[in-house]
Ligand binder design. Structure first.
Ligand code: PGA
Length: 251
C-alpha cells in the first residue's frame, strides 16, 4: 500500500463540543493503518479540544486553518504558529483559496506564514489552485507555478522538502464539480516538476482537494500522482468521513 493522507478541512464548522464528539465517534470507527495519515484542520477555537480528544492516536494530526507569521503582539484576531504549537497542533493550512479569494491573502503573506510554521517545526500544507476563468484561459500552470514560486523562492530545498502541497482548483471547491482524475494528475505532475526545479529531493506529498466525496475518492487516489485528499464538506460527519477514508485506503 502506498502512503496516503486524508485531511479534513472543517472550515467554520465544529466548535469545541462538536469537535470532541466527532473525535470520539471517529476514533471508535477507525484504527491506525500503517499507510494512512490523518489530518484535521478545525477552527482555531477547537484546536485544543481536538488535540486532547485525539491525543492517543499516533496516526492523527491536528492543525490550524490559518496562522499569522508574527509570534505574538498587537494583531487583533490573529493566531500565531507558536500558539498552534503550544496547543499541540502539528501544522496548518496556508493559502487556502478562501484565504486568498475571500480574505484577499497575497502570495507574499502565504510565503511568510510557511516560514513561520517551519521555524516552529510545524508542517505547512500549502494550498494552490486556479480559478475557473484562469483554467479556461489556459493559465492553470502559470497561476499554480506563481503560487508555488512565491513560497519556494523563500525556502531552502531542505525546508521546501518539509511541505505538504494541496492542489485545489478553486472552481471545484464546494461546488460538486470535482476535477477529472487525469486532469488533476497532470497538475500534480506539474507541481512535482516545479518542486524539482527548486531542488527538492524526495517526494513531497501532493494532495487533491475540491468536492472530494465517497463517490469519487477512489478514482482520484487511483492516480499515482495523487497522494491524498483535502476534504471540506464530506469531512464534517464522523461516520461519513471514517467511511471515506477507509474506502479509499482499501483501494
Ligand atoms: P470541499 O472543500 O471538499 O467542500 O470542496 C475542500 C476545501 O476547501 O479544502
Amino acid at each position: 500500500m502506498r502512503p496516503l493522507i486524508f485531511a479534513a478541512n472543517w472550515k467554520m464548522h465544529h466548535a469545541p463540543a462538536a469537535a470532541t464528539a466527532f473525535a470520539a465517534r471517529f476514533l471508535s470507527l477507525t484504527e491506525p493503518l500503517p499507510y494512512r495519515t490523518l489530518w484535521f484542520f478545525p477552527p482555531a477555537v477547537s484546536l485544543d479540544a481536538l488535540v486532547l480528544a485525539t491525543g492517543g492516536r499516533p496516526d492523527v494530526n491536528v492543525g490550524a486553518q490559518n496562522i499569522y507569521w508574527e509570534p505574538k503582539g498587537a494583531f487583533t484576531g490573529e493566531v500565531s504558529a507558536t500558539m498552534v504549537a503550544e496547543c499541540g497542533g502539528r501544522g496548518a493550512l496556508v493559502g487556502h483559496s478562501e484565504r486568498r479569494h475571500v480574505f484577499g491573502e497575497q502570495d507574499d503573506a502565504t510565503a511568510r506564514k510557511v516560514r513561520a510554521l517551519l521555524q516552529q517545526d510545524l508542517t505547512p500544507m500549502l494550498c494552490v489552485g486556479e480559478k475557473l476563468d484562469e483554467r479556461e484561459a489556459g493559465r492553470t500552470e502559470a497561476v499554480v507555478g506563481r503560487q508555488l514560486d512565491a513560497v519556494l523562492g523563500t525556502l531552502t530545498a531542505a525546508e521546501a522538502g518539509r511541505l505538504l502541497v494541496a492542489y485545489e482548483p478553486v472552481w471545484a471547491i464546494g461546488t460538486g464539480k470535482v476535477a477529472q482524475p487525469a486532469d488533476a494528475s497532470a497538475v500534480h505532475a506539474f507541481i512535482r516538476r516545479r518542486l524539482a526545479d527548486h531542488g527538492v529531493a524526495g517526494r513531497v506529498p501532493v494532495l487533491y482537494g475540491g468536492s472530494v466525496s465517497a463517490a469519487n475518492v477512489a478514482g482520484l487516489l487511483a492516480q499515482p500522482e495523487i497522494d491524498g485528499v483535502l476534504v471540506g464538506g464530506a469531512s464534517l460527519d464522523a461516520d461519513a468521513w471514517a467511511g471515506l477514508a477507509a474506502t479509499a485506503a482499501a483501494e
